[in-house]
Design a protein around this ligand. Structure first.
Ligand code: AMP
Length: 422
């Protein structure tokens, strides 16, 4: 379905096409009409499904229909600063051809950030994207006018509860008007999330975007290790499995692909890397050699994973835990195709433990976790909650809160807020 069919205005359609979105994703197709009808919503969807646009677009459309500027109308509460920045950036893109302004409110910055956030709040910025702690800090100062808040969105609600924000969320909600539209997005729906939903949502519509599961034939193992030992450990793993003739290693970045290829290069077998840096003809030549089993080890990024259609890959190694469960299922789906069996190994360093726990929850399977051999090094203990403090998730980093709020919005059409096509 395209976005026009979902009932979105031309102003937004223009920004959407500028962002390079052509068709709506399933979560967008299902949520946008319900949100436009004004219903509360509880949606089960993970990062990567397009869930941000699924709530930002219809809410923005409702804001655009207001006859006058009402000050702060929309609050988006998120667990981490990275997510706050990421959502704010998408809003900047979608609002390019509109007068809607937003600000990301999160901690960890300096006094200037605080002043900038405060000024935007005082100016009555339309949309605030905030982490709970910083939102409460501004609330406590007494200058936040929330009487016109009509839309509240809680994103990654399960992660928020994992961090321990339950009470903070209830406290924040106690400041919002009772008459409002509330939307809750969560990757999983444990009982605690349902309890929370029953307190903050009114007769919500429910949407669930199912995640695909790994094939039964794949033996999944997680090895707990520290980052500096990874290269040595995969060398060991490859040497230990002479019967594995086709091994695929996934890494998150192009730079890491080159590093892994360099480390593994040796006289006994061929190792090649494939990433979007290669020309199409070079990629084909690398793939042909892997298919023909002349290359034993192929190192790839997620970007090219979907194009790797090779039969009989015996071993898939995730050099790092993928950013979301979809990528994980996709990566390990390269082995054990068509009823064969295969092994999928994930190297899990301490910072990636929480990320891996989320993947396990989504595929509804606890993956066997093992230490690396002691001759290679010491293994960390499995402690996923220690790494659930804000880093390590998709799209992090970069930028800061947007300058200004409504009053400080740069001239429209000046070209400095073009939607980001990347
Ligand atoms: P999200 O799940 O909201 O984190 O979105 C994941 C990524 O998908 C973001 O980079 C979005 O810009 C992109 N995206 C969202 N919706 C669409 C769409 N309809 N078409 C193409 N890309 C999209």
């Amino acid at each position: 379905m395209n976005f026009k069919e979902l009932g979105l205005d031309d102003q937004l359609i223009e920004s959407i096409s500028y962002m390079g979105f052509e068709k709506a994703t399933p979560i967008q197709e299902q949520s946008i009409p319900k949100i436009l009808e004004g219903k509360d919503l509880i949606a089960c969807a993970q990062t990567g499904t397009g869930k941000t646009a699924a709530f930002v677009l219809p809410v923005m459309q409702q804001l655009l229909q207001l006859k006058e500027h009402k000050g702060i109308t929309t609050i988006i509460i998120v667990p981490t600063r990275e997510l706050a920045i990421q959502i704010d950036q998408q809003i900047q893109g979608f609002s390019y051809f509109t007068p809607v302004a937003s600000i990301a409110v999160y901690g960890g910055g300096d006094g200037d950030d605080w002043q900038e956030q405060k000024q935007a709040i005082l100016n009555g910025v339309d949309i605030i994207v905030a982490t709970p702690g910083k939102f409460i800090a501004h609330l406590n100062m007494g200058y936040m006018e929330l009487g016109n808040v009509s839309h509240v969105i809680l994103d990654e609600a399960d992660r928020m509860l994992d961090i321990g924000f339950y009470d903070d969320i209830l406290r924040i909600f106690s400041y919002f008007p009772k008459e409002r539209q509330t939307l809750m997005f969560s990757a999983t729906m444990p009982k605690k999330i349902r309890d929370l939903a029953s307190q903050i949502l009114k007769s919500p519509e429910e949407i669930s975007i199912a995640i695909s599961k790994p094939a039964e034939g794949v033996l999944q193992v997680g090895y707990l290790c520290y980052a500096p030992m990874k290269a040595k450990f995969i060398k060991h793993l490859i040497n230990e499995k002479p019967s594995c003739k086709s091994i695929l290693i996934f890494s998150s970045t192009k730079r890491e692909v080159s590093e892994i290829v360099r480390t593994l290069k040796n006289k006994e077998y061929t190792v090649e890397g494939i990433s979007s840096d290669l020309e199409q003809s070079e990629r084909e030549s690398v793939m042909n050699s892997f298919r023909a089993k002349q290359t034993r080890v192929l190192v790839a990024t997620d970007v090219v994973s979907r194009g790797i259609d090779v039969k009989d890959i015996n071993l898939v190694i995730n050099y790092n835990a993928p950013n979301d469960a979809e990528d994980y299922v996709h990566r390990i789906g390269r082995t054990a195709r068509a009823d064969t069996t295969g092994i999928a190994v994930t190297l899990i360093e301490p910072d990636d433990m929480y990320k891996f726990l989320r993947i396990e929850r989504l595929i509804e399977k606890e993956v066997l976790k093992l230490p690396i051999p002691p001759e290679i090094g010491e293994s960390p203990k499995w402690d996923p909650n220690a790494s659930n403090k804000g880093g390590g998730f998709r799209g992090g980093g970069g930028g800061g809160g947007r300058k200004g709020g409504r009053g400080g919005k740069p001239n429209r059409g000046s070209g400095d807020r073009r939607p980001n096509r990347s």
